[in-house]
Ligand binder design. Structure first.
Ligand SMILES: Nc1ncnc2c1ncn2[C@@H]1O[C@H](COP(=O)(O)OP(=O)(O)OP(=O)(O)O)[C@@H](O)[C@H]1O
Ligand SMILES: [Mg+2]
Length: 229
C-alpha cells in the first residue's frame, strides 16, 4: 500500500484509497467555476491541519486573491496563515533554452524559502498545488514540449518527495481530459451535470494507480465547509 495524503473529505478519501498518493503527482481536471481550486485548497488545508508544509502556486489570478475569496470560508479559515501562497508569473523566456535545468529552476525562482539555487530543499514540501497548468501549457505553446515539462516535473516531485496536485482546465468544446493525465498517479474529473432538469456538480475518479476505485460520477455541493460529497 502506498502512503497517501488525505483530502479530509471522508467519502472522497475512501474512494481514493485514503487520499492522493504521496510523493507523486495527481491531477484535477474540469471546466471553469466547477470547484477545482476549492478542492485543491481544501486538500492543502487538511495537510496544514496535520502540521504539514503546504504550498499553493497560482499561475492565473494572484494567490493573494484566492486568499481573499476563500480565506474566510470554514474549510480554510483556521489554517489560511499556515499555507504558503505563491505566484508563478512565467514568461516564455524563463524556459529558454528548453532544458530540464531551466524547467526546474522555476521552483527556486518562485519559492526561495524552500529551494536553494541547486534545487536542494531547505525544508520539506509535503503538499504542493499548482493552479493551473493550463496557463503554462499556453505560454509554452507547444504540446510535445509541454509534455516534456510534465515528465521532467513528475520525476522531480518524486525525487524531492513532494506530493503534488496539479490543476488543468478542461475546455468545454474539447473532449480531451487534460494533457498531463498520462503523468498522474490519480486523476479526478469535475464537471457540470443535468439530472431531472436540475443542474448539479459531480466528480469522478478516472485513475488511481494501485487501487480499485469506483468509476461512477459522485455528485457534490460547494458550501462554506468546502466540497461536500
Ligand atoms: N462561499 C461559497 N459558498 C458556496 N459556493 C461557493 C462559495 N464561494 C464560491 N462558490 C462556488 O465555487 C465556484 C468556484 O469554485 P473554484 O474557484 O474552485 O472553481 P475553479 O474550478 O477553480 O474555476 P476556475 O477554472 O475558473 O479557476 C463558484 O463558481 C461558486 O459557484
Ligand atoms: Mg480555479
Amino acid at each position: 500500500m502506498v502512503e497517501v495524503a488525505p483530502t479530509g473529505i471522508e467519502k472522497l478519501d475512501k474512494a481514493l484509497g485514503g487520499g492522493f498518493p504521496r510523493n507523486g503527482m495527481s491531477l484535477i481536471v474540469g471546466p471553469s467555476g466547477i470547484g477545482k481550486t476549492i478542492l485543491a485548497v481544501q486538500w492543502l488545508a487538511e495537510g496544514a491541519r496535520r502540521g504539514e508544509n503546504c504550498v499553493y502556486v497560482s499561475t492565473t489570478i494572484p494567490a493573494e486573491a484566492t486568499v481573499v475569496y476563500y480565506g474566510h470560508m470554514k474549510f480554510l479559515k483556521d489554517v489560511v496563515d499556515k499555507i504558503k501562497w505563491y505566484d508563478l508569473y512565467l514568461s516564455p523566456r524563463d524556459l529558454i533554452p528548453f532544458t530540464p535545468k531551466k524547467m526546474l529552476q522555476i521552483f527556486p525562482m518562485i519559492m526561495p524559502e524552500f529551494f536553494d539555487e541547486n534545487l536542494n530543499l531547505k525544508k520539506p514540501i509535503d503538499r504542493l498545488v499548482i493552479d493551473s497548468l493550463t496557463t503554462i501549457e499556453k505560454i509554452i505553446g507547444d504540446l510535445p514540449m509541454f509534455r516534456y515539462l510534465g515528465a521532467t516535473w513528475i520525476r522531480f516531485f518524486h525525487e524531492k518527495k513532494m506530493t503534488t496536485l496539479l490543476i488543468e482546465e478542461m475546455e468545454e468544446e474539447k473532449e480531451t481530459l487534460g494533457e498531463m493525465k498520462n503523468f498522474s498517479e490519480a486523476t479526478i474529473v469535475m464537471d457540470h451535470m443535468e439530472y431531472r432538469n436540475m443542474h448539479m456538480r459531480a466528480l469522478r475518479i478516472i485513475k488511481r494507480y494501485g487501487y480499485n476505485h469506483p468509476t461512477y460520477w459522485m455528485p457534490f455541493h460547494i458550501r462554506e465547509e468546502g466540497i461536500i460529497l
